[in-house]
Write a protein that binds this ligand. Sequence first.
Ligand code: HEM
Length: 333
Amino acid sequence: MLKPAQVLVTLVSLLLAFSGHYCSNAASPLQVGFYQGKCGANADVEEIVAGAVKAHFASDPTITAALLRLHFHDCFLNGCDASILLDGDDSEKTADTNIGLRGFDFIDAVKETLEATCPGVVSCADIIALATRDAVALAGGPMYKAETGRRDGNVSRAELVDENIPPPDISVAESIQLFQSKGVDHVDMTYLLGAHTVGVANCSFFQYRLYDFNGTGQPDPTMSPDLVTSLRSRCPKDATFENAANLDQNRTSIFTVDNSYYNQLKMHRGVLQIDQELTSHPNTTGIVDIAAESTTDFQNLFSSAMVNLGAVEVLTGSQGEIRTFCRAVNAKN
Ligand code: HEM
C-alpha cells in the first residue's frame, strides 16, 4: 500500500514527465554524441574527458562542486560559451562574485590533451559541460546524457556579472524571473539549486543571517537554532579571517550528489537564504517536498535541468570559434 506522500510523488513525477521535464530540450540546437567520429579513428572525445575527470576526482572530489558552479556561471552570462574561462583585466572571472570560482587549471589540462589528439575540434564550452556531467556521476549523481556541439564565444565582461549571476539573498520570485529570462523554468531552477548538495560557501555569503538579520539584532528566524550555533562558531561576528561552510549540512554526504540538500532545507538547515526560501515559496515548496522524498525523482529532474542549463544561449554551427587555449580567443590571421 502506497503512503499518501508516495502517491503524490508518483503523480507529480508523471505530470512532469508528460510536461517534458524528463526529456532533453527539444528546441536545443545541440545533440548527444556530437563528437563521435570527429577525433580521429581511435580517439573518443567523451572517453578522454571522462578519464581526466576520473583521475582528478580520485585525489580531489571537490572538483564536482567547482565544475557545477563554473558551468552555471558560464551559462548565465552570454550563454554556455566558455566566456568564464577567458583571462583579461576586465573579464568575467575578475568580478567579485566570481573570485571563488575554481577548476580553470583542470579545464586547461583537459584542453591540452584534446588539442594534442585532435586539434581545433572540441570547444572549451563542451569540455566544461562534459566534465561537469562526469564529475556529477563520480560523486554518486545521475549519468545524464550531456549534449554537445557548442562553440566558444569571444566576449567576456566583468561589468555584466552582477546583472546575470544571482546574489545569495535574491528572493525566490526574483530568481524565478532571472532563470526564466534564460529560458529555464522554476522547476528546473529548483532542481539546479540542488547542486548545492556539494561544495561550500564563504562566510561572507551568509554571515548576515547569523547575527543581525534585517536589522533585528537576531538571526534569521527561518534558520534552525542548532545551525545558527554551529555556523556562528565557523563564522565569528568580528572574524578577520575568511572561512566557509558546507552548503549541504548533512555531514555524511558532503561530496555526494544526492537529495539530502532538500531534506536539510525541510529541517531549516539551508545555509544560503535562497536555499531556505525554496521551502516557503508557493511555486517551489512542493518541488522541495518531492525531491526530498524521492531519490529517483531528484536524479531524473536534476538530469533534465542540467541538460536545459547546458543549452542556454549556445553558439553552434559557424558561430563563435573553437578556441586553441581556453583562456584566450584565437589570434586573427
Ligand atoms: C539563485 C541561484 C543561485 C545562487 C544565489 C547561488 C549562490 C551561491 C553562493 C553565494 C555560493 C558560495 C560561493 C563562494 O563561497 O565563493 C554558491 C556556491 C555554489 N553554487 Fe550556487 N547559487 C545559485 C545557483 C546555483 C546553480 C544553478 C548551480 C549549479 C547548477 C550552483 C552550484 C554551486 C556550487 C556547486 C557551489 C559550491 C562551489 C564550491 O564549493 O566551489 N549554484 N552558490
